[in-house]
Ligand binder design. Sequence first.
Ligand code: GRF
Length: 194
Amino acid sequence: MADNNKIIAAVLASGSGSNAENILRHVQTHGGRVEIPLVICNKPEAPIIARAESLSVPCRVIERTGTKKEQETAIIAALDEYHVEWIFLAGFMAILSPDFVAAYDGRIINIHPSLLPQFPGKDGYGDAFRANVPVSGVTLHYVDAGLDTGPIIAQKTFPRLEADTLETFRARGMQLEYELYREFIDILVQRAAA
Ligand code: GRF
């Protein structure tokens, strides 16, 4: 019998993949009926590829070689192959088209390294650090057609310490990114079990 309550997600990542690894490990150990059978990466040399493979999750590399539309069509084909309905963005460095976002409306999640709406864009930690904010944070949000503008799910804050370098500042924030994604997955696990 088909398990209709199952929640099948994919992780989309472009870089180091520490968030992706955190998500995959959490789902593998505490995922209940939440499953992540696929990682998609748009950069052929990205460390996330080896990280996913070491956790026995296939990583499909789908580079942009032509139009964005062609790339997104290939991504959707891969997602369909694995019956994916939810998308967890984890350092995915590409802006999804409004059509793509509409196709997964309310089921695309992103982690952003600032307290949105402050410091949108690709260098949240750097921008917040250079702005000398006494408190920064991280944001988990739904993705809409704008840049880092979708409805906020949850945020966590952390202080900027006097001795901070950008590296120590970022490292403190990254731990909170991992927590936010794990907590969101826990909510999905409960939803799938209901
Ligand atoms: C994270 O800071 C995430 O918030 C941002 O890109 C970074 C990705 O890091 N969108 P990693 O690849 O998960 O290590």
